[in-house]
Every structure is written in structure tokens, then in C-alpha cells.
Design a protein around this ligand. Structure first.
Ligand code: ZN
Length: 355
């Protein structure tokens, strides 16, 4: 998400034609469906994009906005010019007919004010109001609600009418991750577009779009640890994480893992990313995911071996549970300390909630 912020401040130089549909890796069917619907003049209404982080939902939303608003190339050709004012403004997130709402970093949910305006100006501003305005430059209004995962009941209720009857020609896009996590009232009012990436396409995305140079095995491993979250996969593939991964696995492989060393390496890993709690949580989550995958892999190969290590199963359980604790906002130093002690002892450490 911070990435789109940096994009926003970047100078939108029209030096080359960028942002084409060919950048949308692995979703050719979705692209074709858009193309047909646009060509037949039946493209519009409310859509819910779901799929793992980094799978292409925002890229698709931006491409759609460019395609529909480009001043030079008709939408049906699905090749926005990239250099007209509209294309540049969509890229820079300043196009007047493109409405974008996202969850502020310091909030747990999308505030009502962003949807229906401040208390003293209800329905005179905000997402639901702005979408009703006539397009000023283009032929359509496009409204993108990012972070659909963070809509609370009241927020969703404000959106229902807009989703049910968007103005003619308007396009409303809600972007979320897990389909089941979206409120049923939203799901039932939107056409759901699923952005799943298979392993091959996920690897292509990492190589072609993110320019990551790694072996097939390393890419597949990162995708597996990340559970399909492409942002996590990218983090796992950077060289520093690689180095950390090798060190951590070495510690976990020891016949008697050293709790002090495990605790130290995990603590170093989270302090290295700075003070931002979100970044620290990501760093610890990645580290624990590496441990989970390590134990899982060893358990799979141990199943066929004669000297089965009885410590693998409880250590795997303990690592999975550590991730759950982290997701429930457990205190990180306590979590690391208990985790390291339990891993060393080879026990699941079930002792009621921690933190
Ligand atoms: Zn254009």
C-alpha cells in the first residue's frame, strides 16, 4: 500500500508507454471479459475484486481506469495511450473523474466520513456523493474503494444504494483480499472478479514485473511460504531475507536448538526494520512462516524415514500457533521468548493465551 503512495508522488513523466494490459500477468481471461463487455457497451456497475495481495487487483483497476478515460484511444481497443492528460492523471492519481478511497494508515476501518462526508456535510462529499456527479473530462466516473477488507457494517450500509444502483455509465470497484471476508451485503451486490494466480503465473509475475532473478525452486518456495501473498513473496526473496532464512534454518536444524540464539536472531530481524509496528509484525510473520515451512518440509520427508524426529510435529504446531498469536497482536518480545523456549524444548507450549 505504501507503494501506491510512492507512485503518487513520482513525477508522471510520459517518457514511454507504460501500464498496458500485457502487464497484468496471469489474468488474461479477466482482461478478455472486460474487453468483450466494453466492446458490447455493457461494461459498468459494481464489481468486487478479490485475490491475494499483489495478485494484480490494483493493477487491473488502474488499467481499467486508463482504458475507460484515455482521450486518444477508444476503450474497446484496450490499449490506453499512456501519454494523454487523462492517462497521466490516472497514473498520478489526480484524475477528476477517478475517485479513490483507501483506509488511512492510522485507522482500523474505512471512516464513514470518506464514504458519506463529514458529519455536518453528510452526502455533500465523499465516495457515495462524488460518484453521482457528472463526469467532467471523461465519459465515465470511476470509483475505486481500496481496502474492502476494512469496511465495517455501518460503512457497508452507506454503500449499499450506490452499489445497487450506480449512476449510468459509472463503474464502482471494491478491492478486497479473501472473498469470504467481504460482507455478504457487499458480495451480493457486486459482480465478483477473482484474481487467483497459479504457481507458474506467480513466478512469471515475480520475474517479469518485479525483476527478481532467482531459481525456479527459490521462487516456488517463497510463493509457498507467503501463501500466495505476492508482497510477502517479494520480501522473502530479497537477499537479506535469504541470508536470514539460512541462519534461522541452521538454528532450527540443530539437534538441541539454542533458545537464546533463536530469540536473538528473531529480535534482530524485527529491530532491523525500524520502529514501525506494522513493519515489525510483517518481519516477524515472515520469519515464523519460514520456520513453519521448514518444519513442514522436514516432516514430509521424515514421513518416509526410519529415524523419525518426534520433535518436528510439536515444533511445527508451535510455529503455526506463534503466527496466530502474532495476528492476535500478542506482545512481540514475550512471543519471541516463549516461542524460542518451546522450540528448544520441542513442545507445543500450549499454556492458554500468551500476551
Ligand atoms: Zn491516453
Amino acid at each position: 500500500m505504501s507503494q501506491s503512495n510512492t507512485e503518487k508522488t513520482a513525477t508522471p513523466e510520459p517518457k514511454s508507454v507504460t501500464g498496458q494490459w500485457s502487464d497484468l500477468i496471469g489474468h488474461e481471461q479477466i482482461r478478455d471479459w472486460f474487453a468483450t463487455a466494453i466492446e458490447q457497451g455493457r461494461f459498468g456497475g459494481s464489481m468486487l475484486f478479490v485475490g491475494p495481495p499483489g495478485s494484480g487487483k490494483r493493477t487491473a483497476a488502474k488499467l481499467l481506469a486508463k482504458t475507460l478515460l484515455c482521450e486518444r484511444v477508444p476503450p474497446a481497443s484496450m490499449s490506453p495511450c499512456g501519454i494523454c492528460n487523462s492517462c497521466i492523471q490516472v497514473e498520478a492519481d489526480t484524475h477528476i473523474d477517478l475517485i479513490r478511497v483507501r483506509k488511512p494508515d492510522n485507522k482500523s476501518f474505512i471512516p464513514l466520513e470518506l464514504l458519506i462526508g463529514e458529519r455536518d456535510a453528510r452526502m455533500q462529499e465523499g465516495f457515495c456523493h462524488d460518484i453521482q456527479l457528472k463526469p467532467l473530462i471523461g465519459k465515465r466516473k470511476i470509483a475505486i474503494l481500496e481496502d474492502g477488507d476494512f469496511l465495517h457494517e455501518a460503512g457497508a450500509n452507506c454503500l449499499l444504494k450506490t452499489l445497487e444502483e450506480p449512476p449510468a455509465n459509472a463503474v464502482v470497484l471494491i478491492i478486497g483480499t479473501v472473498e469470504q471476508q467481504q460482507l455478504p451485503t457487499i458480495r451480493s451486490r457486486c459482480r465478483i472478479i477473482r484474481f487467483a494466480l497459479n504457481n507458474e503465473n506467480a513466478k512469471r509475475l515475480l520475474r517479469e514485473v518485479h525483476q527478481i532473478d532467482a531459481t525456479d525452486e527459490r521462487l516456488s518456495e517463497a510463493i509457498e511460504i507467503a501463501g500466495g501473498n505476492m508482497h510477502t513473496a517479494r520480501r522473502l526473496l530479497d537477499s537479506e531475507t535469504n541470508e536470514f532464512r539460512d541462519k534461522l534454518i541452521n538454528l532450527l536444524l540443530a539437534q538441541h536448538p539454542d533458545p537464546v540464539k533463536i530469540s536473538r536472531i528473531l529480535t534482530e530481524q524485527i529491530t532491523a526494520v525500524g520502529k514501525d509496528p506494522k513493519k515489525r509484525r510483517h518481519a516477524l510473520r515472515d520469519a515464523l512462516a519460514i520456520a513453519v515451512q521448514h518444519f513442514r518440509r522436514n516432516l514430509r520427508s521424515a514421513a518416509y524415514s526410519e529415524n523419525f524426529d518426534a520433535g518436528l510435529m510439536p515444533r511445527l504446531d508451535r510455529s503455526v500457533r506463534a503466527i496466530q498469536e502474532l495476528d492476535r497482536n500478542a506482545n512481540q518480545s514475550t512471543l519471541i521468548e516463549c516461542y524460542a523456549a518451546d522450540i528448544a524444548a520441542g513442545i507445543t507450549g500450549e499454556r492458554g493465551g500468551i500476551g
